[in-house]
Design a protein around this ligand. Structure first.
Ligand code: ASP
Length: 343
């Protein structure tokens, strides 16, 4: 029998440090990026893309910190009350409380951090970054995540805007004709259950890769529900040798397929980012028993370490293709992706 002290002595004789697991992570130098093609990407089209990517690209083009670039870009949607799917102004859970999910992943040391069910903090991806950089943990949830954010100086605020409060009340009043809430006076409720989220992926001049996914999650979710966005390998995955993949849409499907991890592995095995995005969509369709069984959507975006881009969704239509936006030395570009099932 080897006791703990003996075990630790043996490890140190072997030159293995017994300090915290995360502090042992060593920055792995990236394979040089043959194309010297710094690029930042987000899972949005023309309208949001430009606004979101501008601050990130300004950092990246001056060869600034890759993590700062993706964080500043993701913060744009988090802080904007008009985006009802991310951060401040996101649609709440069924109790009218905004609960945010976010993760960040850094290629060079393969480190990551994430928060889930975080209430009252406008910029969850910045808290996720602190979990990654200032703790030996990866996931913090709920009250613990909020306490941690407060410890780092974040202000706790009401994230429900007047507009999202009204949308929530309208939804609640229309839920059932057997409860005691009257339907809204205009009796004209036909709002889809909205989805959103944003992925921001980046590659710097050296070919290092990083990514963020941030969201207020599914509108009207059961309190405490965690989607794919803060789950490593589901709503995001980054590998410095390969690239990054992020997802939006029905989170449960991304979780049970490990979809973003799968996309990165497809790329590692030779697929282009576009092929990888389509293959992840196909895998989810197959898991569900074929196209006729699929009544939800997921959209996958991918970025290779050489700066090649991919974008595909499970469902789409002509004129309603999934879109992806990038900013690189060639300027800003919004591109249409592909879809597998016409709806
Ligand atoms: N993926 C997010 C979630 O399931 C929602 C979305 O992207 O619309 O929480």
């Amino acid at each position: 029998m080897i006791n703990r002290r003996k075990f630790i002595q043996t490890l140190s004789l072997m030159g293995i440090s017994t300090t915290s697991a995360k502090s042992r992570l060593m920055a792995k130098p990236a394979k040089p990026n043959s194309k010297d093609n710094p690029i930042i990407l987000c899972s949005r089209g023309e309208q949001w893309g430009r606004k979101v990517l501008k601050p990130g690209w300004d950092i990246l083009r001056k060869n600034g910190e890759l993590l700062d670039a993706i964080e500043k870009s993701a913060n744009v949607t988090e802080l904007d009350p008009n985006d009802t799917s991310v951060g401040y102004g996101g649609l709440p859970n069924e109790d009218g409380v905004v609960q945010l999910d976010a993760q960040i992943m850094n290629g060079p040391d393969h480190n990551c951090g994430s928060v889930a069910c975080l209430e009252g903090i406008k910029t969850p991806c910045s808290v996720a970054r602190l979990v990654m950089e200032r703790t030996d943990h990866i996931h913090l949830v709920g009250k613990g995540a909020q306490d941690f954010a407060r410890m780092h100086g974040f202000k706790v605020e009401n994230l429900l805007t007047e507009s999202t409060r009204k949308i929530w009340v309208e939804w609640k009043e229309n839920l059932s004709d057997k409860d005691d809430y009257f339907p809204p006076a205009d009796g004209n409720y036909n709002r889809d259950r909205s989805t959103g989220t944003i992925n921001v992926l980046g590659v710097n001049k050296n070919g290092d890769v990083a990514g963020i996914t941030t969201t207020s999650g599914l509108a009207w979710k059961i309190p405490g529900r965690v989607g794919d966005s803060p789950i490593i390998g589901a709503g995001l995955y980054v590998d410095n040798e390969v690239g990054a993949v992020g997802a939006t849409g029905r989170g449960e499907e991304m979780i049970r397929s490990c979809g973003s991890f799968l996309g990165v592995e497809y790329m590692r095995n030779g697929m282009s980012p576009q092929e990888a995005c389509e293959a992840v969509c196909k895998r989810i369709i197959d898991i569900n028993g074929g196209p006729s069984k699929v009544d939800f959507n997921d959209k996958i975006v991918a970025l290779s370490k050489d700066g090649e881009v991919g974008c595909a969704a499970i469902q789409g239509r002509k004129g309603g293709e999934p879109t992806v936006a990038t900013w690189s030395k060639k300027g800003f570009k919004a591109t249409k992706g592909t879809y597998l099932i016409e709806v």
